[in-house]
Design a protein around this ligand. Structure first.
Ligand SMILES: Cc1cc2nc3c(=O)[nH]c(=O)nc-3n(C[C@H](O)[C@H](O)[C@H](O)COP(=O)(O)OP(=O)(O)OC[C@H]3O[C@@H](n4cnc5c(N)ncnc54)[C@H](O)[C@@H]3O)c2cc1C
Length: 510
């Protein structure tokens, strides 16, 4: 055990963060005793002196897809890596995700005859960004898109992550632009478990149930470690590390932060509970800047898997008045429209075609887990309308208009492209409410994922990736790629530092 008096903590005290406060700011280096009338022996409750129990090259805080991906390059270069998570379970929100990896140009897609490349995907993304006026950091955004295919190929070939064959579900440009886990929607186990096992096999250590509560600074105020606290065992773990990666997810579940940044969304429910913005608060204690914090959180259905069903087969989303109101082949579209049109909730009408093929597991899971939300089967639309408590005429009109769009091969009204097929009945419907599920803002980072301060200068040794960072983009594929970019940058930085140290030592000896 290593004990040094001159290490200090930057951040909220262990006690404060342990009870769930998202406290920004305050480095705990205090003014000298003479100035403060302190004897110098006093301490803050919950902040004992630093006492390193572990020393690693790379410390990763958070075991979601970003954190695990950041662990890949350093462990593959035989660096020592520790991944710590505040939960007793690995995987974070990533493990609970639907599993759509928006990516193009992977070997899996090429083998399935899909021609769209990573460059094509970047062209599309670039024009979207230009339309939105988000043209900052285009170089990094491009590297993120390009790294996504590389990440998938690597995760498959080195870690045996298992994806479904796109031939089983990809029927056009929309469905050709993503990959799904082996068993379809909701099967993140097929991706995360082999990666975790592979990392452990290569030597990554994992520590669970330990919450990062403060950076540990050296005498020059550079972060050289992190303090963790376990509320279960009421114990502290101080880890010394050459490089520290915050991969703690977003702040969607932090009602206070949502209210501060997107007050319009305060009264919308939230799907997640653990994404409370810890990393953002910790990064701020180092002077790390944030960006995009006021971007509205992304919304989805409170039965999230249903939000993706419309990509694969016939379904019609209708309001409580029985009126179709949004295209069904964009995962978050119905939730967003439900909120903006103040509908309260909506229904997804479907038939047994959805329970065949790639969605079979998901439909079975939802039908059992959310049975109380489900009505059907009904042969007649009147009976369906009655069970849904929506006007029968309106529902019949909505389904007829949908049928006409299917026949015409074009959904003029809403622009749906995927899954535009006739509904055949018997009919089912499932009721859903809109919820927040992912925030977009976070810590500002350099091109290599290093946290940057107000002067846009990188903070030594401190990195951030995934939903904790402002550039995390939409989800799984981009967060995974972000983690890999950070991991590679750390490998380079450690090699450069070692080379420099060796040179200096040789010079000193000669
Ligand atoms: C239901 C659902 C469905 C989704 N579906 C999709 C989808 O189909 N496609 C897609 O692209 N995206 C999807 N997303 C979004 C996607 O899951 C996230 O963007 C992504 O998982 C975030 O990855 P991450 O590694 O940044 O964070 P996370 O996976 O959330 O990991 C962060 C980890 O950090 C840990 N942590 C936090 N604070 C601390 C601390 N102080 N100390 C130690 N550990 C800490 C957490 O416990 C967690 O394990 C979905 C999200 C949800 C909730």
């Amino acid at each position: 055990m290593e004990r040094r008096e001159f290490f200090k903590l930057a951040g909220a005290s262990a006690a404060t963060l342990a009870i769930g406060g998202a406290l920004f700011g305050c480095e705990t280096e205090l003014a000298s005793p003479a100035e403060t009338n302190s004897s110098g022996d006093e301490s803050v409750v919950g902040s004992p002196q630093v006492s390193f129990e572990e020393t690693v090259d790379v410390l990763i805080v958070g075991s979601g897809i970003a954190g695990l991906s950041a662990a890949m390059p350093p462990i593959e270069e035989k660096r020592s890596v520790l991944v710590v998570d505040k939960r007793d379970l690995l995987g974070g929100e990533s493990y609970e995700a639907n599993g759509l990896f928006y990516v193009s140009g992977t070997d899996i897609q090429k083998n399935a005859g899909i021609e769209k490349t990573a460059e094509d995907a970047w062209k599309e993304r670039k024009s979207e960004l230009e339309e939105e006026g988000s043209t900052d950091d285009l170089r990094f955004k491009q590297s993120l898109v390009m790294a996504q295919a590389e990440w998938i190929d690597h995760a498959v070939s080195v870690y045996q992550a298992s994806f479904a064959d796109p031939k089983d579900y990809a029927k056009g440009p929309t469905t050709e632009s993503f990959l799904l886990p082996k068993k379809g929607i909701g099967d993140m186990d097929s991706i995360m478990s082999p990666i975790k096992e592979g990392l452990a096999g290569k030597g990554v250590s994992f520590s669970l149930g330990m919450k990062a509560v403060a950076f540990i600074l050296d005498g020059a105020n550079n972060p050289v470690g992190m303090r963790f606290f376990s509320s279960k065992s009421d114990s502290i773990l101080d880890v010394r590390a050459r490089k520290i990666v915050l991969a703690t997810g977003g702040f969607c579940s932090n009602q206070y932060m949502i209210n501060q940044n997107s007050p319009d969304q305060t009264t919308i429910g939230c799907l997640t509970v653990h994404s409370v913005g810890d990393g953002i608060a910790l990064g701020a204690t180092l002077g790390g800047q944030t960006a995009e914090m006021d971007q509205p959180a992304l919304l989805t259905s409170d039965v999230p898997q249903v939000s993706a069903w419309g990509l694969f087969g016939p379904s019609v989303n209708v309001s409580p008045q029985g009126v179709r109101f949004a295209r069904e082949d964009q995962a978050g579209k119905s939730a967003t429209e439900c909120v903006s049109q103040e509908l309260g909730f909506w229904w997804t009408v479907f038939d047994k075609q959805l329970s065949e093929g790639i969605l079979s597991r998901s439909v079975a899971y939802v039908s059992s887990k959310s049975a109380k939300r489900l009505v059907g089967p009904f042969d007649s639309l009147d009976d369906l309308a009655s069970a849904m408590k929506v006007p029968a005429d309106a529902l019949a009109d909505a389904l007829e208009a949908y049928g006409n769009a299917v026949e015409a091969g074009k959904d003029e009204e809403f622009g749906r492209q995927a899954g535009l097929k006739p509904l055949e009945g018997p009919y089912y419907a499932i009721k859903q409410f809109p919820v927040r599920y992912k925030t977009l803002g976070g810590l500002k980072t350099s091109d290599t994922g290093q946290i940057v301060n107000a002067a846009s200068l990188p903070v030594a040794n401190a990195y951030c990736c995934g939903s904790c960072a402002a550039e995390s983009a939409n989800g799984l594929a981009s967060n995974a790629a972000f983690g890999m970019i950070v991991g590679k940058a750390i490998v380079d930085e450690l090699a450069a530092e070692d080379e420099k140290a060796e040179k200096e030592s040789n010079e000193a000896q000669s």
